[in-house]
Unconditional design. Structure first.
Length: 208
């Protein structure tokens, strides 16, 4: 049985694409207890901690999936915005620039506590949007629920996405690098039951 240690509806939707039955379990891990300055290492550690944090919540044997996402620009890490003002500052800092979207994913087996982890990176270029667009965006989009205060899938009416283009997998930006997860699950002889790449194209418009 698969378990997703995340309350994110986006991660749940992505995992649904694989067609493998799973349950969502909470994890009470305090992310602020991890002090790592390098984004790649940070998301890797946090994804592991989240997966381990889900172990006490399941009964019997199973695989627990944990994931974490941050945005990094010139060494500065952007997580979820604290409030709308923080969201505005983040979007101003990313405007017209290329940043890295780092997403870690980990799988832990409950019986043996065997753990595997991987980190994906997608390069994202933001549009050179105006302060007026930022104001409209933070008023209509859930910026406090998005790393970097934006979602590639969120489109502002009359403007579209704040993202101009990206290099890498779109599911990494959304919050669960599906190709990496697919490889990790194979370590436990678990295979996707559906063509998730086809589903990705259907729902996002992007090839994987």
């Amino acid at each position: 049985m698969l378990y997703l240690a995340s309350g994110s509806p986006r991660r749940k939707r992505l995992l649904d694409w694989m067609g493998i039955p799973f349950k969502v379990v909470p994890n009470d891990f305090d992310e602020d207890t991890v002090e790592i300055e390098e984004a790649e290492k940070l998301v890797g550690e946090l994804s592991l901690e989240k997966a381990y944090g889900g172990l006490p919540k399941i009964k019997g044997s199973g695989l627990v999936i944990g994931s974490d996402l941050v945005i990094e620009y010139k060494g500065k890490i952007f997580g979820k915005a604290k409030d709308s003002e923080d969201g505005k500052k983040t979007l101003q800092a990313l405007r017209g620039k290329v940043h890295s979207c780092w997403c870690g994913v980990a799988v832990v087996e409950s019986e043996t506590e065997k753990a595997v982890m991987s980190v994906a990176e997608t390069k994202v270029r933001m549009k050179d949007y105006s302060d007026e667009i930022i104001e409209a965006y933070v008023k209509t989009m859930p910026v406090t629920d998005r790393a970097g205060a934006y979602g590639v899938q969120d489109e502002l009416e009359g403007y579209g996405s704040l993202v101009e283009k990206f290099e890498g997998g779109i599911t990494t930006i959304i919050g669960l690098p599906m190709d990496h997860l697919e490889n990790l699950l194979k370590e436990f002889e678990v295979e996707s039951k559906k063509e998730w790449r086809k589903k990705c194209k259907q729902e996002t418009g992007y090839e994987y």
